[in-house]
Design a protein around this ligand. Sequence first.
Ligand code: HEM
Length: 430
Amino acid sequence: MLAHDPFGYLVDAARDYGGLVRMRLGPATVYLVSDPAHVRHILVDNHANYWKGPILRGIKLIIGDGIFGSDGQLWQRQRRLMSPAFHRPRLTAMIGVMTDVVEAATVRWNDRIVRKTPVDMLEEMVPINIEIVLRTLFGTSIDYSEIAKLRAASDVIFHHSEKLVFSFFLPMRIPRPGHRHFITALSVVDEVVDRIIAERRRDPADRGDLLSMLLLAHDDEGTQRAMDDRQVRDEVMSILMAGYESTAAALGWTWYLLSQHPDADARLQTELDSVLGGRVPSLQDLPRLVYTRQVISESLRLYPPFPTFFRTSYGRDQLGSYNLPPGAALIISPYVTHRLTEHWPDPEEFDPMRFDADHSTDRPNEAYYPFGLGRRLCIGANLSLLEQQVVVATVAQRFDREIASGYVLEPHYDIALRPRNGVPMMLTPR
Ligand code: HEM
């Protein structure tokens, strides 16, 4: 089912059978949820009846008990502890790092621009994002060749994660094809994670960033017991795995979509010229980059980097007229919801004006959730949106961009949704 054009299949299933569809996944029964009212019920109103569940068992081989896959009290404690690292004052202090990192990246593209060879605008977003996550949250940085190694290893891990998730009904002790490759890749990322943590332990002064929050945490009873090494490792791994690939994919999609919609690109340039006039964006500029933000929102609607995520019910529940059994495995899909014609007319059309103030009130809030909803809303959503605005504004006002001739888009899904062959573009300085 999920092998060939999986998302076309899911969109058709929702159109034909509605916002809750019971389907087979191998020997297992799963439910595809896309109706905004059901999504709200599961993630917000009755969230206590749902946990991440056995579908995420495979992901735990990677992130252990990290925040992304944990539940109950452990999750609550970790979320409370980590949230301040993503609050507004900390985010605004990150803008300088973001602009520095993007500027340095554009210098790396110079020789390709001069030689008139394409720059892959998906691939190039990855080191930008790794660097931003490492510097802003963990106060460290790694060199370019190490970034490439980390990237290659994460690719293997993502690819294997997809197999693990969609064969969740098999015991985890049965190795899936590619298991040894996966274990080797995991050890590469683990080495980087261990080094980041060891470096900070040698110089443990409180820097107010996420890593300090993890390392200097005490438990709620104030017994001064620090978080154990394994938990710190699981959290750093969770943030790395959830953090950079998703934003890089989002930016890759935005560059692709702009290349296919010259009118939207022209409007974006007009806004950037009038608000920034060639400067890098500052905190004060960002609220004025309204159309830039709409472009980003529309890109996340069409191609949410996590097009599906998962829950399992503890007890029975009522979803509309349907009686959901206990232990039901749910695939919740923003990709599908974002294409429901009752909320999104001409859903395949790229139209950033859907997100202007006048049109945004036409639909329920839950018709749009690229970052999830409710208590488990993406902890990095605001960081990611800020970063996307900074990257799009900085790069777009510096270069005209054209997709390489002969390029054919092929979406590719392995937990994250990305263009399979990257986004090769010819860049011309403006
Ligand atoms: C475009 C970029 C991103 C997208 C589309 C995205 C999407 C999501 C979604 C849909 C969830 C909810 C999953 C669920 O409810 O099961 C989530 C959770 C999470 N995301 Fe993101 N994310 C992005 C960027 C980031 C960044 C930059 C970070 C960190 C630096 C991050 C860290 C996390 C974490 C830790 C969670 C788990 C939160 C919890 O369960 O309390 N994400 N993300």
